[in-house]
Design a protein. Sequence first.
Lengths: 227, 835
Amino acid sequence: MFCGMSKSRSVAALLATLLLAACGRPAAPPTSIAPERAPGEESVIVAFGDSLTSGYGLDDPDRDAWPSHLEKTLRARGWNIRVANAGVSGNTTGDALVRVSFSVPDGTRLVIVTLGANDTFRGKKLDEIEGNLDAILAQIRTKGATALLCEMKTFPNLGPFYARGFERLFPALAKKHDAILVPFFLDGVATVPAMNQADGIHPNPAGHRKIAENLLPFVEKGLRSGS
Amino acid sequence: MNSLAFAWREIRYAPRYAVLFVLAIGLGSSILAAFAGLSSALEKTLDDRARELAIADLRVEADANSIGLLRQWAEARWPGALVSEKTDFPTMARLRGGEEVQQIYLNAVDPLYPLHGAVRARDGRVLAEVLGSGRILVDERLLVLTGLLPGDTVTLGEADVTIAGVIGERTDAAISFFQLAPSVFIARADLERTALLAPGSRASHRLFINLPEGVALDAAAAELKERAARLTASVQSWRDEGRGVARFLRNTVFFLSTTGLLTLAMGGVTGAAILLALLRRAAPSLAAARAIGAPPSFPVKVFAAWLLLLSLVSGLVATLGGVVVGRAVTAGLGDLLPTGATPDDGLGLFLRIIASVLLVAFIFSSSALTRLARLPPHAALRSDGASLPRSGRARRIGLAALAAFLLFLLVRLHVGSFALAGWGLGAWLAAIGLAWLVAALLVWLGGRLAILSGRVEPFLAGREARHGLAYRALAVAFLGLAASVLLSVLLLRQNVTSEFVRSAPPGSPNVFFMNLRPGEEEVFDAAIGAPGTRFFPLVRGRVITVDGVRAAEIQGGTENAFGGGDRLTREFGLTYGETLLATDRVVEGTALWDPMIAGPQVSVHDEYRDRFGIRRGSVIAFNILGREFTATVSSFRSINRSAREPFFYFQFKPGLIEEMPATLMGGVNLPREEISQAERRVAAALPHVTFFDIAEVAALVERLIERLHRAVDAVAAAALAGGLLLMISGILVNFTEIRREAVLFRALGASRGRILAIFLIEHLFSGIAAALAAGAVSLTLVWAVMTHGFGSDWDPWWIGTLPFLAVFALVVASSGLLASTLTLRVRPMDVLRYE
């Protein structure tokens, strides 16, 4: 809630926005200039995903992975938020299902689900992926947290039949669980060499910053909706 | 009497010397000659294997555009070069035109692929004969997992293709060691029809080049690397593929070379020892011949003839031995050797061996022969071999230098490497020096202590020992060297064998699995049909801080033990368990867990202690599955990472992470023919489990190791025989001296019992001194070979080394005593007549 924000915080948020704009990055949507929730008890967001979340290959994932950028940006924008990095490299939706109740503690406000890439690498069946994501989203709901389901795409080499089926899963599941669907969260990162490490798959620090930017409006939407 | 007849007379009068000489020189030369023939063949095989593993002389990995540019450049730069391209990626095959899909790993190749090695169908057809016009060659796993049959059609992208064959043999598997999906080969010409390659596709593009004759590989590789660097492409030549199995093979060749060198040196030293013993025995006769008018050159001519005759016989024996040993080793190595490669066993071998034998005989006898040239006629009045005149210092140094140079050339001739020859010669000279130094010190100390004891027998034994310190030390050093050769070969064999066993212990897993969930163990065991699998709990986590310092700020380099990138901030597989894993041992800390530490404990791989400065008692904060925990370091573990077993940098004490949602991982050994079916059953019962089949590569390694093991044993046994001959000759050298001492004691009125007591103390002491010298030399030598030559851990093998040295000391003492007993039968007057 904008009116509840201190003067210093709104100045910091404004400065952060201007700084981002000065760096050539798009500014956050106008509706997100300031949080609608007053600072108080720290809220927890869980970044629940795989190597794209954990910061695989980064020298300092605690500083450079997108959950850190997101936390800094949210704090700069006045949110009293901690973003827990619960990314585990190599996790499929099946691996993640086993640990969801552990990685998402009670009281978590928002869970950002970025899974599915490793399932396609390993050629998992679509119904298996769908079942796992379905169960993960159900558990998140049970915990009372808002889910952001990040849409994932497959590589063209996996074939059009599989790709179409995979990409159809996300909107349907988001709708079923009343989750916020984030359209392809690697937009502007995937296939852009300047945003990726040498392996061409994992984002570099610049790529992680871009991911945090992509996620920011949806996270703020989720925070507002859950407040 | 001419010199030849005199030499023949000496041989007839002392046949045991002749037999020992022939055996020693013959055995040493035959092993080296047999191995020298095989060594080059083995080296060639290693190179061929490395080429096959690398697929071509040069391999480039880059994006599709860069590959095209580099191909154009390479074809223009090296006209006549063979060039091939490969594009590979995982994809989903649609089965039977329906909804069912199966992941495969698609390899799109052109007809020349692979440029080294082969990919063949089971019916023997090569790739070019199978592929094209929509036909594919598939891994049998695909058929087992899907129920498809040859002739069936699958859909790849937009194209329908037909299974035209099943892979029977492929030498290019090493670059796809951990492929999870069954391999499928398709012609590059058919790839376009599938439309699977589009912007954003994740594929590997490789270019393979075989250079035309006359183009130097290293220079070409450097040129290509320079060109490729501008395109962020990576270039490897087949020589870069020097890891894993190739390292084993090269270590084994090194072991065989080392053993060959030892055996050669043993043969030479034994020959020299026998010559010395014979000289002592024959000196009176030669001196007598000089006294009745023979020229000064006569003794030299006699022994030159003696050497020539016995060297020719040794050469024949060595040729025969070389053929036998060579055939045995060839049979043992089996298909490690290129087809048709056998050691020379014709005239070439004979001539090489004769040349080696003459050279060895000359090198090791030149010093003694020059002494003979100065033999004065009055030496006929003494039977003491030590009375042979010594050459001048300058002459001795010159001869030693010439002998060392010739020995270096000889070793170079056999092992084909100047560096190895230099190291071998240096090590041998250092061993002689060390043995002499240790022996001299011990003889002096022992003699001093014996004299101070105040008892008659030790006093006399000690006085004897100190009387001719240099000579006695030489004799002890000589025995010590013989024992050190035996012990070194045994130790080397033990260490090489340990390395084999460490790398492929019997029953090592050939299949690995991950992502099994607790409670599914029985289902898994039933699915694979092999109960008793060992499961390791696994939770992923990251280090956040160590003693409050952020992990990213702790510097520790980026190279791990496998030569790959590594950092403390990466994710780790964490495990927990009360006890040490079979591959681990605690190297710091009283035990795995410290009872004095309150709260969670973690034991850490010692590599991280050394690289990142983590200490016992350090508090490490972990991010485990998104939550933060701390644990105190209780101990450091060394891990044998050569074994094919899972290993863990961090092992927690139960009480912290077992409540976390762990998955299980592990390995199991299955018969190769059952693996595909087991994988199918696991996929059906537990679809989330990831299955790694490394059976093909594991079987290859095990087969190689078994054969190398046999070759090592064969060569070690032959070298041991050489060492035994050396010991016998060492005792023979001393025989004359012992006899003289015994007679003197008897003439002075000592009883037989007292003489035997003196000899027992003296020989026991010599045995102990020689054993200690042998221990010092062989442990130093084997340590150097294992750590610097093999680049491996070494094991002093105390359980074998100490009993060996104890038995050796007893053998020396008892054989010396036996020789002494025999001398007591000699009438004193027969000997004293010459004094």
